[in-house]
Ligand binder design. Structure first.
Ligand code: FES
Ligand code: FES
Length: 159
């Protein structure tokens, strides 16, 4: 163990990881800088924008607000975990079909919030989608396309 670090282990996208983390480093820091999972975006670092959203034990979490050490023992899913065998998940396809990504910066966070919603509620109505994605800001203001994509994926039974 390095001096001043904490040993932790968790599962990321189905892969077990054991690593040493600085006590002040967030889950976002560790995902991006130690595990090189840069799909999760860093923006406000204050829990305001949702760009850093990942799933922790199935719940959507702003990873900039969670210390990495708090994730010990958890099951984490990042946007990299959505595609399988190099193929986009149906939810990702729906985002493309609806033209949801513009600059794309908010999209990983939007996808993870949408994925959490569809896991918990496979048949959401418009208000459910708006509520689930309320913490995800889009500077390009593609909210209509993003919402349509989530509803389209739900209609097809996709996640
Ligand atoms: S970077 Fe985490 S909420 Fe904005
Ligand atoms: S697509 Fe640009 S911030 Fe959302």
């Amino acid at each position: 163990m390095q001096t001043g670090t904490i040993p932790i282990s968790f599962t990321v996208n189905g892969r077990r990881c054991s690593l040493e983390v600085a006590p002040h480093h967030t889950l976002l820091d560790v995902l991006r800088d130690q595990l090189e999972l840069t799909g999760t975006k860093e923006c406000c670092t204050e829990g305001e924008c949702g760009a850093c959203t990942v799933l922790v034990d199935g719940r959507s979490v702003n990873s900039c607000l969670m210390l990495a050490a708090e994730a010990h023992g958890a099951e984490i899913m990042t946007v990299e975990g959505l595609a399988t065998d190099g193929r986009l998940a149906p939810l990702q396809e729906a985002f493309l079909d609806e033209g949801a990504p513009q600059c794309g910066f908010c999209i990983p966070g939007q996808l993870m919030s949408a994925h959490a919603l569809l896991n918990q509620n496979p048949h959401p109505v418009l208000e459910d989608v708006r509520e689930a994605l309320a913490g995800n800001l889009c500077r390009c203001a593609g909210y209509v396309q993003i919402t349509k994509a989530v509803l389209a994926a739900a209609e097809k039974g996709d996640r």
